[in-house]
Design a protein around this ligand. Structure first.
Ligand SMILES: Cc1cc2nc3c(=O)[nH]c(=O)nc-3n(C[C@H](O)[C@H](O)[C@H](O)COP(=O)(O)OP(=O)(O)OC[C@H]3O[C@@H](n4cnc5c(N)ncnc54)[C@H](O)[C@@H]3O)c2cc1C
Length: 275
């Protein structure tokens, strides 16, 4: 099957892209790396009149640091983060996570913004950015608004993005020197989407801690009770009973096999974070 005929547009600036997305006269789709949009077009799961390619817009390909955040442009690719192209991201959890996304060919083009907008529950950035307490910077021709990552994805492949909007950047709080993190996922084959995933991020100086379970039927879930227990008691809190209870309340519909996968991934992730 082939894509329906559409008008391909490659605007020269973010303002131009937003104007085209906001024109409102037809169905417009934003294209980042095209790694998910391409197959969706070919399978006719999406049938836009216009595809607005934002991948090369310089405004969306930068990483900058301010006093209260590290701002990652939406079109920064997984490979750029993996390769340590941006100094503020070198040696961070993000660099480690990026290297495990899909295959190198996909990482070369796939973007942070595209991954968040696509909102696959098994995607690595979705669970990682939730653990980090990231904010999604959403732009339209009219305004820019900030949405916390744990309110951005509202279901599988569903976000709060509205027509005419795109993700311009994701902002993460700067890490303190005593930040600890863990990230684990279980995949059938290297390079495939996760069957179970977990991200843990503890920043003692900021008194911020999150253990997040991903690859669920919907958005990732913060395991709040388990986070509190691990913050208070460390490894002693990581009992089979406590982990299973956390999983059962986050994902009550999981069968026994999936629960076991989740228990393995959570236990490994928190252990990695604590060691
Ligand atoms: C075989 C395969 C294996 C994969 N394995 C993994 C994996 O293990 N882990 C993982 O996390 N991901 C995986 N991916 C997904 C991949 O990493 C990309 O992140 C993903 O394809 C989307 O990024 P993209 O930039 O290519 O977005 P696109 O394909 O260009 O777009 C995806 C969707 O997001 C929208 N969009 C794109 N950019 C924006 C924006 N800035 N603002 C608003 N909307 C936007 C598009 O309109 C479209 O609906 C895999 C993909 C493939 C094909």
């Amino acid at each position: 099957m082939k894509a329906v005929a559409f008008s391909y547009q490659a605007p020269g600036s973010l303002a131009d892209a937003l104007a085209r997305l906001g024109a409102g006269s037809d169905i417009a789709k934003t294209m980042g790396g095209g790694q998910s949009l391409g197959p969706m077009l070919n399978l006719r799961l999406t049938r836009p009149d216009t595809v607005v390619d934002i991948a090369r817009l310089p405004e969306l390909r930068e990483v900058s640091v301010t006093s209260d955040c590290v701002r990652i442009g939406a079109c920064v690719t997984h490979a750029q983060i993996e390769d340590g192209v941006f100094e503020p991201l070198r040696g961070t959890m993000l660099q480690a996570v990026a290297g495990g996304i899909a295959y190198r060919a996909i990482r070369n083009r796939g973007t942070v913004g595209g991954s968040l907008a696509h909102a696959d529950p098994a995607a690595d950035w979705v669970v990682t950015m939730t653990a980090l307490g990231a904010q999604v910077e959403i732009a339209s021709a009219a305004e820019t608004r900030m949405v916390p990552m744990d309110g951005f994805m509202i279901g599988a492949y569903t976000t709060v993005l509205e027509d005419g909007e795109l993700i311009a950047a994701v902002r993460i709080p700067p890490a303190s020197a005593d930040t600890r993190w863990g990230y684990q996922k279980l995949c059938r084959k290297t390079g495939e989407f996760a069957e179970a995933s977990c991200a843990a991020y503890f920043d003692a100086s900021r008194r911020f801690a999150r253990i997040v379970l991903g690859a669920l039927d919907g958005p990732p879930v913060v395991l709040r009770e388990l986070t509190r227990a691990v913050a208070a008691q460390g490894a002693a809190a990581l009992t089979v009973q406590a982990v299973d209870q956390a999983i059962a309340s986050a994902a009550p519909d999981k069968d026994a096999i999936d629960c076991k996968l989740c228990r393995t991934v959570v236990t490994r992730c928190v252990t990695q974070m604590l060691n």
